[in-house]
Design a protein around this ligand. Structure first.
Ligand code: ZN
Length: 698
């Protein structure tokens, strides 16, 4: 698949395409697809980006435009066809071409030796069995069918005989090719099996986002992958950035008068072959051994390094390499005989739930935290586990005194899987939620659409400290050594009571108090000084606006030149930003309308903290609209609002958040409301229709 193109050709093609030197539309479309597919393959399968995001976006847009112009040239495997605007209504049940059996598990050397013996019963004594060993990815199993080279169907495992058809969602997984050159290989139809997985770091980010949005984080990458596959909104599936790892060809049919590719004779060659056709397979991680003792040694060795892979791995899979041998061995009613899973030591343990403490977070949310009898799991001792919120507690029906099953997957935070109800004695107590804040004794409140109880006291001491810690944290302003201990100390000594106070700490007092070395004071001062130059998105994130995580902070920061522009943004305008829904928009608008928050921003700015987005505040080079301000209202017929705004900014103009005397042009679409009235009243604003705007901008 990727023998005709390499990086050199990619750059040559991309350059010509970007400069619109390819005039023939059909050729341009083909070349764009070639370049984009190659870039996707390098990025998603090989993890080696070869093209800048910006260039990629331009090429992608170009392809989309050309395809809109030439619908006759549209093809289902075009990279633009991954995205679908529609929703999957439900997932129809489909039957698998060959049942999807699960693997038999082994846990130690004895089990593997037994399995080796059972395999040998099917072959002659003189024959040598080659064993192929690959990681066992902890995700959701899938089956993919390609028909005449095109992805025809993707399905979940289901009960092994029937699965759910999730093709639309599978198309959102960028490492899954929409087409492959099977025709040239003499293959009509092929069923490939594998696992849908999520990168550990993507999973961590995803959970951070969930926590920022007030949702309980998902327990492990496996649940995240299988849950995501069954989401009804494909765009949400795409956002989560799933990956695929394919490891088995379960069925194929060969074109008449053709020979099957000889690679299909062994498992190892099959996966190398799929990899060469553009599929993500463990081609690089596979190992071949001729003796079971070597397999066992490798299993033990690999287990020591299980956390070094980017995906969660819960064991290894050992397969007989020769396919003819596999067929001789066949299967039992439950498992294939020619493959077995070697499972790593479980990262589960049981322990006793001793009591539940209630912690106050920086947004006032009260989190129940289970204290358990300390128990080692996967190399760390676990004694404290978040129960997230009241709904989770009620759903799992955990009680004080219960024996609970605890799991810790990889580097993920531990969680309680379930209480072992059969071990109850009747002495267990239900978990009671407090009605007063454990920190300030203020009354707790709960919004009908939220799971968490909250302390709404603005000066609740724990909330203040948590806000300070968050502002200084690594992902926000990154002030080294301004962690929990120091923040708490300064707060207790009344040397620090709010965020701007970080920049006016009385260092002389601290030096006089003792307990701080000269050097550590200087370091801390320097770290605080450095934080003043942090980019705007970190400042916004650090302010701790509810539901605003790192991602949303970046979106907000890139939309404005100065943070104060957000004071004028209403919910309607905020929701025009990608990824900002009504809940987030309401919270952002509310935050910036509050006088105390505006004061915080004033004080921070006075202290020298950066409040501008430099990228945006630099005047654009000689634009025709330099110094002119615009605002759009109502529904535009021809342009997307975000595109129209980008056009203005490209020409040096600025976008305002509301109607004021600073506004030059108001562009009015259908159903314009109060903004139009206000502009008319002011009398200083030029009111344009969409066509007049287009004329002006040309
Ligand atoms: Zn409180």
């Amino acid at each position: 698949m990727y023998t005709t193109i390499n990086e050199k050709r990619l750059y040559e093609l991309a350059k010509k395409l970007l400069q619109k030197e390819v005039l023939d539309e059909q050729i341009a479309i083909n070349q764009l697809r070639e370049v984009i597919n190659y870039a996707d393959w390098k990025y998603y399968v090989q993890s080696e980006p070869v093209i800048a995001d910006f260039e990629y976006d331009v090429l992608y847009k170009l392809l989309k435009e050309l395809e809109e112009k030439r619908p006759d040239l549209l093809s289902p495997d075009s990279p633009t066809q991954r995205i679908s605007a529609g929703l999957s209504e439900r997932f129809p049940a489909v039957s698998h071409l060959v049942p999807m059996l699960s693997l038999d598990n082994t846990y130690n050397a004895d089990d593997l030796n037994d399995w080796d013996k059972r395999c040998r019963e099917f072959i002659d004594e003189t024959e040598v069995i080659e064993y192929c060993v690959e990681p066992k990815y902890d995700g959701a199993s899938i089956s993919l069918i390609y028909d005449n080279g095109l992805l025809l169907r993707g399905a979940t495992r289901g009960d092994g005989v029937m699965g759910e058809e999730v093709t639309l969602n599978i198309r959102q997984i960028m490492s899954v090719p929409l087409s492959a050159d099977f025709i040239k290989q003499g293959i009509n139809q092929i069923e490939i099996r594998g696992e849908i997985v999520i990168h550990k770091d993507k999973f961590e980010n995803f959970n951070k986002q969930r926590i920022a949005e007030g949702l309980a984080p998902l327990a492990n990458p496996r649940n995240a992958a299988s849950g995501t596959l069954r989401i009804l909104d494909p765009t949400e599936v795409r956002k989560r950035g799933l990956s695929a790892m394919l490891y088995h060809v379960s069925y194929y049919s060969v074109t008449a008068n053709k020979e099957k590719p000889e690679q299909l004779n062994t498992h190892y060659d099959t996966l190398q072959w799929l990899y060469s056709l553009g599929f993500p397979t463990p081609a690089k991680e596979m190992k071949i051994f001729k003796h079971i003792n070597d397999v066992i040694e490798y299993c033990h060795e690999f287990e020591q390094h299980r956390d070094e892979l980017p995906f969660e791995v819960d064991g290894l899979v050992i397969k007989v390499n020769n396919i003819a041998m596999q067929e001789k061995m066949g299967m039992t009613t439950h498992h294939p005989r020619w493959a077995v899973a070697y499972k790593f030591k479980a990262r589960q343990a049981t322990s006793k739930l001793l009591k539940v403490e209630f912690q106050v977070g920086r947004t006032g949310a009260i989190t129940p935290v289970a204290k358990i009898t300390p128990v080692p799991i996967g190399g760390v001792t676990v004694s404290s586990i978040s129960l997230f919120n009241e709904d989770v507690v009620r759903e799992k029906d955990v009680r004080i005194g219960d024996t609970v099953l605890v799991e810790r997957a990889g580097d993920v935070i531990p969680y309680i899987v379930k209480p072992l109800i059969e071990l109850r004695t009747g002495e267990e107590e239900e978990i009671k939620f407090p009605i007063n804040c454990p920190a300030c004794n203020g009354l707790l409140e709960k919004q009908p659409d939220e799971a968490a109880w909250r302390c709404i006291n603005m000066s609740c001491p724990v909330q203040v400290v948590e806000k300070l810690i968050h502002f200084a944290s690594k992902d926000a302003m990154d002030i080294r050594n301004m962690g929990t201990a120091n923040v708490q100390k300064f707060f207790d000594l009344e040397l620090l009571k709010d965020i701007p106070g970080i920049y006016t700490i009385d260092w002389d007092k601290i030096k006089m108090m003792g307990g701080f070395g000269e050097k550590s004071v200087t370091n801390l001062q320097q770290a605080i000084e450095n934080s003043k130059k942090q980019p705007l998105n970190r400042v916004i994130y650090g302010l701790g606006i509810r539901y605003v995580g790192e991602n949303t902070s970046k979106i907000l920061a890139s939309a404005v030149a100065n943070i104060r522009e957000l004071y004028d943004w209403d919910i309607e305008k905020l929701t025009t930003l990608g990824d900002v829904g009504p809940k987030v928009a309401t919270s952002v608008a509310d935050f910036f309308s509050r006088i105390e928050n505006r004061n915080t921003i004033d004080l921070l700015e006075a202290a020298g903290v950066n409040m501008v987005n430099e990228h945006k505040s630099q005047p654009k080079t000689e634009g025709a609209l330099n110094g002119k301000s615009f605002l759009f209202t109502g529904t535009l017929a021809k342009l997307k609002r975000s595109n129209a705004e980008a056009m203005v900014e490209d020409k040096g103009g600025t976008i305002l958040g509301g109607v004021s005397s600073k506004l030059n042009y108001l562009v009015v679409g259908a159903d314009a409301g109060s903004k139009l009235e206000k502009a008319k009243k002011l009398g200083t604003v030029a009111i344009l229709t969409e066509d007049e705007f287009l004329e002006l901008i040309q």
